[in-house]
Ligand binder design. Structure first.
Ligand SMILES: *Cc1c(COP(=O)(O)O)cnc(C)c1O
Length: 436
C-alpha cells in the first residue's frame, strides 16, 4: 500500500483524466493567461482531434496555423523521433551536423542568403528588430539610439515586453510598462500614412508588417498594398520586414504571402502582384506544430551585421528543430499544400457566401487560402461569437473567436474537398441556430 501522498498523486496523474478533471487541474494549478474553449484534447491525426472522452472534432484553428501539415504528420514525427534518439541539443557553442543542411534547404526554398534560427515567433520578431536596428546604425548611418521602426495599428507580433510596447491591444499592454521606445504606429493598409511617416523622418530603419493581420481578425489588405509599401521602403532605404509567422508556409494559398522569387512551384502564384521582404520572419508551421521552430531570413548585406556574441539562443538551431523543419517543409511541397489551400479557400468562401446572402447573423467572410474569418452581426462586446464556437464544438468542429465578434477558420491544409464540404455543412447548420 503506497502511503506517500506525492507518489499517490503521480499515480493519479498517469491515469487518463476525464475532461472535467483536466480542466479543474489547469484552473487550479496553471496561471490563468488564457481563456480556453471548454474542450480537452487528447489525440490528433490529420484534420481531426479527439477529446478525452473519445469524441472527434474537425480542427478549424490548427493551433493558430502551426499545424498546417495536419496533426502528428508521420513524416514529421518520424524525422523528430529519429533525430531525438540520435542527438537533441549541443548548443551553438559547437557545430551540429543537421543545422547547416536545414539552413541551406530553407534559404534555397525561400530565396535568401542566410537564416538565423530561433524557437518561437516572438523571439524571431525580436531578432528581426535587433537586426534592423543594427543595420540602421552600421549600414544606413542613422545616429546611435535614434532608429525608429514603423509598425501597424492592430498588429500582433507576440508577447515580449518590446513587442507589446508597440501593440495597441489594451489587454496585452496594461500594467506591463515602462514600454520600449523607438516604434511608430501607422494605419494598416494605408499607403499615404506609410509615405507620410517615411518622408518626414530620416531615422526610420524598418517597416514591420503582417501580410494579412491574423489575430486582429484576418484583415486582408488591398491587392496592391504590400507591393507598393515595399516600393516605398526601397525609395527611402528602409527595410521591409514581413512577419509571416501566421501567413507563411502555405496557409494563404502560396508558400509565403510575400513569395518574391522563392522557388515553390504553386501555379496559383503566377499573375499575383508580388513582393519579397528584406527580412522574413517564420514560425508556427515551420515545424508543422511538432516542435517550437522559428527563423529569420535575410540576404548577406543585412544579416552580416550580426557577429558572434551579438545574439543567440540555447535551443535555437538545435538538431531536432532542424530535422523537424526540413520534414515539415518537405510535406508542404510533396503534398502540394499551398495549392490545396488556394483551391479549398476559394470553395470555402464561395460556399459561405451563399449562406451569408440570406443570413442575419453573419455579415461577411474574408480571407485568403485557408486563413479566413467570419464577422458576426452583433455588438463587438457581445458573446455571440463565443456562443457560436461552443455550438460548433457540440457539432464537432473547433474554432475560437478572435478580437471582437470575429471567428477565425483555419483548418489544417491537408484537408480534402469532401471534408471541407462536410465542415461547411457543420458551420452553416450551427449558424442557423443563431439566426433571428
Ligand atoms: C503567433 C504569432 C507570433 C508569435 O509567435 P509565438 O510563437 O506565439 O511567439 C508573431 N507574429 C504573428 C503574426 C503571429 O501570428
Amino acid at each position: 500500500m503506497v502511503k506517500n501522498p506525492f507518489i499517490l498523486f503521480k499515480m493519479a496523474v498517469l491515469k487518463q483524466l476525464t475532461s472535467k478533471e483536466a480542466i479543474a487541474l489547469e484552473n487550479k494549478y496553471g496561471a490563468h493567461n488564457y481563456h480556453p474553449l471548454p474542450v480537452v484534447l487528447s489525440r490528433g491525426e490529420g484534420v481531426y482531434l479527439w477529446d478525452a472522452e473519445g469524441k472527434r472534432y474537425y480542427d478549424f484553428l490548427s493551433a493558430y496555423s502551426a499545424v498546417n501539415q495536419g496533426h502528428c504528420h508521420p513524416k514529421i514525427i518520424d524525422a523528430m523521433t529519429a533525430q531525438a534518439k540520435t542527438l537533441t541539443l549541443t548548443s551553438r557553442a559547437f557545430y551540429n551536423d543537421v543545422l547547416g543542411k536545414y539552413e541551406k534547404y530553407a534559404t534555397t526554398l525561400f530565396g535568401f542568403d542566410k537564416l538565423l534560427p530561433m524557437n518561437t515567433g516572438a523571439e524571431a520578431v525580436e531578432t528581426a528588430l535587433k537586426i534592423a536596428r543594427k543595420w540602421a546604425y552600421e549600414v544606413k548611418g542613422i545616429k546611435e539610439n535614434e532608429a525608429e521602426i514603423l509598425v501597424c495599428e492592430n498588429n500582433f507580433h507576440g508577447r515580449t515586453t518590446t513587442i507589446i510596447s508597440f501593440s495597441n491591444d489594451p489587454v496585452a499592454r496594461e500594467n506591463f510598462g515602462p514600454y520600449t521606445k523607438g516604434f511608430i504606429k501607422i494605419e494598416y493598409d494605408n499607403l499615404i500614412a506609410l509615405e507620410n511617416a517615411l518622408k518626414n523622418n530620416a531615422n526610420i530603419a524598418a517597416f514591420l508588417v503582417e501580410p494579412i493581420q491574423g489575430e486582429a481578425g484576418v484583415y486582408v489588405p488591398n491587392d496592391t498594398y504590400l507591393i507598393a509599401a515595399k516600393a516605398l521602403c526601397e525609395t527611402y532605404n528602409v527595410l521591409f520586414i514581413a512577419d509571416e509567422v501566421q501567413t507563411g508556409i502555405a496557409r494563404t494559398g502560396r508558400l509565403l504571402a510575400t513569395c518574391g522569387n522563392c522557388s515553390c512551384e504553386n501555379k496559383n502564384c503566377s499573375g499575383t502582384p508580388d513582393v519579397k521582404a528584406d527580412i522574413l520572419i517564420l514560425g508556427k508551421a515551420l515545424s508543422g506544430g511538432a516542435y517550437p521552430v522559428s527563423a529569420v531570413l535575410a540576404n548577406d548585406a543585412i544579416m552580416n551585421v550580426i557577429k558572434p556574441g551579438n545574439h543567440g539562443s540555447t535551443f535555437g538551431g538545435n538538431p531536432v528543430a532542424a530535422a523537424v523543419a526540413m520534414a515539415a517543409l518537405d510535406v508542404i511541397q510533396d503534398e502540394n499544400l499551398a495549392e490545396n489551400a488556394y483551391v479549398l479557400g476559394v470553395l470555402f468562401r464561395d460556399e459561405l457566401n451563399k449562406y451569408i446572402a440570406k443570413s442575419n447573423i453573419v455579415k461577411l467572410v474574408r480571407g485568403k487560402g485557408l486563413l479566413n474569418a467570419i464577422v458576426i452581426n452583433d455588438a463587438n462586446d457581445s458573446d455571440t461569437a463565443w456562443n457560436i464556437c461552443l455550438a460548433l464544438r457540440d457539432n464537432g468542429l473547433l474554432a475560437k473567436p478572435t478580437h471582437g465578434n470575429i471567428i477565425r477558420f483555419a483548418p489544417p491544409l491537408v484537408m480534402t474537398k469532401s471534408q471541407l464540404l462536410d465542415c461547411v455543412s457543420i458551420i452553416t447548420k450551427t449558424l442557423k441556430q443563431f439566426e433571428h
